[in-house]
Structure formats: structure tokens, C-alpha cells
Design a protein around this ligand. Structure first.
Ligand SMILES: NC(=O)c1ccc[n+]([C@@H]2O[C@H](COP(=O)([O-])OP(=O)(O)OC[C@H]3O[C@@H](n4cnc5c(N)ncnc54)[C@H](O)[C@@H]3O)[C@@H](O)[C@H]2O)c1
Length: 635
């Protein structure tokens, strides 16, 4: 390369990379070939050991976890997995050809990685034949069987199907007599995109298949095996699915420490896997507290953004968790959110100005204007990150990995509904809300639909109904004698955090001796008091479930309670039967919706989600805590 050519090339690349090293063209070409071939060999080592151990009837992952446990030298040990795509295979092959077979390690890696497909199909065949009557030896092992393949892209969470080994798996299954069904979140059902036919929904695939192979560990499959309940054979060479992962953890001897989850190696063409990352705006809020905890407990990294305007800086149990990164910032700052969203797999739009019913009246304009700016900035950021996904870096990896936005709407979008319980589909039929808060929440849903229509950004809309709790699931502490007991004192969370809802408000009035108890209106308002921990689980399920894609869900308890019933329950829990329940009615607010009753069947049928915490259990948690705060003079 002559100097002018070098200068021109340098001019282009210096805009992309802060550091550059000058090599001759031959050196540079070898640098690239060597890097890709080395990584390909790395994956081949894992794949070779995997096949070797499985063929010997030994669970590779249990052995691997034991090997890498607290052994830093083994930190780079790759996990097995299909290793394909446009770069690694091609460059290894190029070196083999260039050296005229003088690269035996490369040749061996090609054989190992490419024939993993056959090996995996054989494992499934063995698993299936162990559970059925012997057939004629001439019969193909999969004759009359349906095999489901999850994931057709060449690696996780991308829409790139080039040289994907999923298609080789498919071919081998067919040669063995199977009918093959496929699913990939990036292929439309019934399509033949990426060379795939028989693309069906995940639900159909799980229902119709006799055996299943997880070919590509897209995040949306993480809990897919829970739907199967262990009823069908599944091959998971990635150690990715929740149940197989749990079953494959070797036991440590008593008195020794927990098995580490293994090295964090980053998402790769081969086995490595990085924790999926979720940005939660309004993470320091009431629902945010439960949500962050739920996500961390289920293996996510969380990037929280909050400006602390609502409660100030609230201490949380998970503040020191290395997987939690909290940014003090404004969710209206689109540039901040864009930078953060680029590092995320999911965005959950949770931040909003929200308060008790008096807010709706006192701050009618601010709620609309502020929340509109917050949601616009959040969507701008998500769209920005999602668009970057299609741009590739020099390794062919997408520059971003955002898959979906989850939007927290509200039951208030059904302010004018006339059908109870109100199903999700009613959103298209009932009149828009009268309150500016409810109207803006409806606008959030339109943002989601608009971003999908114009930019293809996938979404899920979650409609919570009257969330109740302390703002954080109370920790369970193991005490001497191995009894699990609730902490006596909640040292985290602020009082404001717990008090901004009707349930704690009534509790404190009764605890302070108000008699008769003052209720807003006639107490006939019907609500569904949903525990924050249940709601957080529902949001996580919405984030993960393939069936939640571009869908909307009422996430709530199915149990109706009138405000009067709630008040009486609180009264009886505090005063017992001794003191007769007495109450008076105060003038209600204008936007005090009488019926807020969700139809919860869709979440149950489609997602398998049901809220499980009763109002009585919620009160048993809240009453002692509020009592303690009153004693301490905090309220
Ligand atoms: N709590 C419920 O019962 C309920 C019901 C339906 C819907 N929702 C929705 O759920 C979401 C969370 O509600 P919540 O009850 O946790 O509210 P919350 O007020 O407890 O939490 C909201 C958080 O957002 C933060 N925030 C507000 N404006 C911000 C900004 N400009 N930049 C950064 N952070 C900001 C606040 O500081 C607060 O920590 C909201 O979108 C709300 O509309 C809540």
C-alpha cells in the first residue's frame, strides 16, 4: 500500500476507532484471519469436549462447572454451541486452503464444529428412543416424529441467518425421517425467510413437537422449557434454558461455598454468554424497587435511571449488587438514555410523575407535559439503539442489541370502560380517559404502537392495577435454627415510598386511632390490590415471553375488593373484633373511578401469569412496618 492510499484509509478509519496500529496489508490480513481462526478453535475445543463427554454418558456442564469453579486459569473456557456465521468459519477455512492443508488444527476445528449438528440430533434421537418401543432397525429414527427447532439465526439475538448450523440440524433431522418445525423471533410465522419453511409460533412448536432442539439461544427462549413442564425431550447444548441450567449445577460439599455461575465471556458466535441487560427508568420508585430486585434475582444486569425527585435517594438492599448500575439523571434527557440503551437488551419505561388521586387534579397539566416528555425521550433512545442493531462493527457484530421496549401503562386507560372485568381488547372500544394522567398513559401505548409501525421496535404493554407494598420485597433472613423469618425491621426504603398509596394511607389512619374512619366517597369503589412483588414478576414474564411480543396485558390480581371491604379488613386486623367498625364518607374527587376491574385471563392463558399474594398477606406485611414507623416518630 503506498502512502497516499495509506493516508486515505487512515482518514476513514480514524473516525471509527480511537486507537490504530499500522501493519502491512499482509500482516493486517493475517491478524484478522488469526483472530477469527483462534476464536473458532476455542469454540471447537468446547464442542469437542462436549461431544466426547456426552458420548461417554457424562453431563459435560456439570464437569465444566466443577473445572472452572474458582479456577481463574479456566476463566476463558468457552461453552459449547453452534459456531457459524460469515467470519469465523470462512477465515479458518481460508487458512486451511491457503496453507494447502498445512493447518491441521483448523481442519480439525472445522470437522468438530460442523459435525456438532449431527451429534446433537443423535443425542435427541437417543433420548427419544429411550422412551419408546423398539422399532425395526431399518426404520429412520424420527419416522412419524415432529422435531421442533428453536432459533434459526447463526447466533443469539441477531437476525442474521448466514451459514447458520440450524439449517444443517434441520437437514439431518429430515434425513432421519422427521417433520421439522422451526421458530425464530426474526422470522415471520409461515414465512420461508432465511431459507426456512415451516416457521410456526413458539406455542405451536412446543405443542406439536415430539422432541426439541435449542439451536440458537435467543433471550426470548430463556424460560421456554417451563411451558413444557419436563414433558418432552429437549436438547440444550448451550446450558441456557432455566431448568436444564438448574439441573446441571454440581453440589458443593457441606461447608464450602456456592458454585459460581462461571465466567462472563460476552455473547459470541460460540458458547459464551453475557447476562442480558435491562434499562429501567424510574428505577428508584415504588414499582422500580420490586422490579430491579426481581430482574437481578433472575440473572439480569440492570441499568437504573432516576432523578430522585419523588423520594430523594432511597437506600436499597441491592445497591451494592455488582450487576446493578444506577444513574442519577433525568429520563427526559434523550442523549443520556441513548447512550445507556445502546448497552441494553431491553428498556422498561417506568419513570413518570405519578401520585395519589389528588395529583390528578392539582397537577393536571404537569402530569401530561412532564410524562409526555419522559416517554418521548425514552422511545427516542430505544429507537436509536434499535436502529444501531442493524449496523455491524468490524467483527460483524451488531453495534447495539436492543430487542424490545416494555411500557408501563396503567389501569387508568380504562377510566371510561363500561365492561367489567375489562379485557385488554376493550382499549380499542372504550372512550379515552378524562384525566390527563390516564390520557397520557394511553399516549404511551400509542408511542409503542407507532414505534413498532415505523421502526419495527418490538414492544409489550403492561397495565398495572393498584400496586401495593413497601416498594421492595421484604428480605427473608435465615436465622439460627434454619427458620426462615421476615426481618423485624425494614431498614431500607423511605416512608414516602410506602405511603403514596391508598392501602398504607388507611392503615396509618386506623393505627393512629381515627374513629370513625374517613373514606373518600361511598367506599363502593372497586379495586384490585396487587402486590408489588407479583407485579414485578408479571413485568419480567412480559419481558421474556415470546408470546408477549407486540402484545398488551392487564397485570393484576384477579380479586376485587371495595374500598369499604379494604377499610374493614384493615380495621379488623388492627382492632380485632372488639371495636366496631365505623366510618364516614368524605367528598370524593372528580376522577375517582368507581370500577377498576381487570380481566386477567389473557395474562394467565398466554403468559401463565397469576398474582399469588392475597390482600391479607399484603396487610400482614404493611401494618407492622407502618406501626413501627409511627412508634419511631417517622409519621
Ligand atoms: N403504582 C401503581 O399502582 C401504578 C399503577 C399503574 C401504573 N403505574 C405506572 O408504573 C410506573 C411506576 O409507578 P410507581 O408507582 O413506581 O411510581 P413512583 O412515583 O413510585 O416511581 C416513579 C419514579 O420515577 C422517577 N422519576 C420521575 N420523573 C423522572 C424523571 N424526569 N427522570 C428520572 N426519574 C424520574 C421518580 O423519582 C420515581 O422514583 C409509572 O409509569 C406509573 O404510571 C403505577
Amino acid at each position: 500500500m503506498d502512502e497516499p492510499a495509506f493516508e486515505r484509509t487512515y482518514g476513514v478509519f480514524r473516525t471509527m476507532s480511537p486507537t490504530m496500529i499500522r501493519l502491512s496489508p499482509m500482516e493486517a490480513e493475517f491478524a484478522k484471519l488469526m483472530t477469527n481462526a483462534w476464536r473458532y478453535l476455542d469454540f471447537a475445543i468446547a464442542n469437542q469436549f462436549y461431544t466426547l463427554l456426552q458420548d461417554s454418558g457424562v453431563d459435560f456442564f456439570r464437569v465444566m462447572k466443577a473445572v472452572i469453579h474458582e479456577y481463574p486459569r479456566a476463566a476463558g473456557f468457552k461453552k459449547p454451541g453452534f459456531c457459524a456465521g460469515p467470519c469465523l468459519v470462512k477465515d479458518t477455512r481460508m487458512l486451511v486452503t491457503h496453507t494447502q492443508q498445512g493447518f491441521p488444527m483448523g481442519s480439525a476445528a472445522l470437522t468438530v464444529n460442523e459435525t456438532l449438528a449431527e451429534s446433537v440430533v443423535n443425542s435427541l434421537s437417543a433420548l427419544m428412543s429411550s422412551s419408546r418401543k423398539p422399532t425395526s432397525t431399518r426404520e429412520h429414527p424420527f419416522t412419524g416424529k415432529v422435531i421442533g427447532l428453536l432459533g434459526m439465526a447463526f447466533k443469539a439475538n441477531v437476525d442474521d441467518f448466514r451459514s447458520s448450523l440450524s439449517y444443517r440440524v434441520k437437514k439431518v433431522c429430515r434425513m432421519k425421517g422427521a417433520v421439522v418445525l422451526c421458530h425464530d423471533p426474526f422470522l415471520r410465522e409461515g414465512s420461508n425467510g432465511g431459507g426456512s419453511t415451516n416457521c410456526v409460533s413458539v406455542e405451536t412448536l412446543l405443542e406439536k413437537s415430539d422432541g426439541i432442539i435449542l439451536c440458537t439461544p435467543h433471550d426470548c427462549y430463556r424460560n421456554v422449557d417451563a411451558l413444557l413442564n419436563g414433558n418432552k425431550p429437549v436438547i440444550d447444548i448451550w446450558d441456557f434454558l432455566a431448568s436444564s441450567k438448574a439441573a446441571r449445577v454440581p453440589e458443593l460439599l457441606p461447608g464450602t461455598r456456592q458454585v459460581s455461575a462461571g465466567p462472563k465471556t460476552g455473547t459470541d458466535a460460540g458458547g459464551g454468554e453475557e447476562k442480558p441487560t435491562v434499562m429501567v427508568t424510574g428505577s428508584a420508585g415504588f414499582i422500580g424497587g420490586y422490579l430491579v430486585q426481581e430482574l437481578l434475582q433472575h440473572g439480569y444486569r440492570v441499568i437504573g435511571v432516576d432523578n430522585f425527585t419523588k423520594y430523594g435517594k432511597v437506600e436499597r438492599e441491592y445497591d451494592t449488587n455488582p450487576d446493578y448500575e444506577l444513574h442519577q439523571g433525568d429520563a427526559k434527557d434523550a442523549e443520556l438514555l441513548k447512550k445507556l440503551a445502546e448497552r441494553c437488551d431491553y428498556v422498561i419505561a417506568c419513570a413518570a410523575m405519578i401520585g395519589g388521586i389528588s395529583y390528578f387534579h392539582a397537577l393536571a397539566y404537569d402530569l401530561l407535559a412532564e410524562n409526555e416528555r419522559i416517554i418521548a425521550a425514552t422511545f427516542d433512545a430505544a429507537i436509536h439503539a434499535f436502529k444501531k442493531k442493524t449496523r455491524k462493527d468490524q467483527d460483524g457484530n451488531p453495534q447495539s442489541r436492543l430487542k424490545k421496549i416494555v411500557v408501563l401503562s396503567s389501569s387508568m386507560v380504562f377510566e371510561q370502560a363500561a365492561i367489567f372485568p375489562t379485557p385488554e381488547a376493550e382499549i380499542e372500544k372504550c372512550a379515552p380517559p378524562l384525566s390527563t394522567y390516564g390520557f397520557q398513559k394511553l399516549a404511551c401505548e400509542y408511542y409503542a404502537k407507532g414505534a413498532w409501525e415505523q421502526y419495527g421496535l418490538p414492544y409489550t404493554i403492561v397495565r398495572p392495577f393498584n400496586c401495593v407494598g413497601l416498594g421492595e420485597r421484604r428480605a427473608l433472613r435465615r436465622q439460627e435454627g434454619e427458620h426462615l423469618v421476615k426481618e423485624e425491621e425494614v431498614s431500607f426504603g423511605s416512608i414516602k415510598l410506602a405511603m403514596s398509596h391508598v392501602v398504607p394511607d388507611l392503615i396509618q389512619k386506623v393505627l393512629k386511632g381515627q374513629d370513625p374512619l374517613h373514606l373518600l366517597g361511598d367506599g363502593k369503589q372497586v379495586r384490585h390490590y396487587t402486590y408489588g412483588g407479583d407485579l414485578a414478576r408479571g413485568i419480567r414474564v412480559c419481558l421474556e415471553s415470546p408470546a408477549a411480543l407486540n402484545n398488551d396485558f392487564n397485570i393484576s390480581t384477579a380479586v376485587s375488593t371495595t374500598v369499604l371491604e379494604l377499610a374493614e379488613l384493615v380495621w379488623k386486623k388492627i382492632h380485632g373484633e372488639a371495636k366496631p367498625f365505623r366510618w364516614v364518607s368524605d367528598e370524593p374527587f372528580k376522577y375517582d373511578v368507581q370500577m377498576r376491574v381487570p380481566d386477567c385471563r389473557k395474562a394467565k392463558d398466554v403468559l401463565g401469569f397469576e398474582a399469588s399474594t392475597s390482600l391479607s398477606e399484603i396487610l400482614d406485611e404493611l401494618i407492622p412496618w407502618i406501626g413501627l414507623q409511627i412508634q419511631l416518630g417517622n409519621m
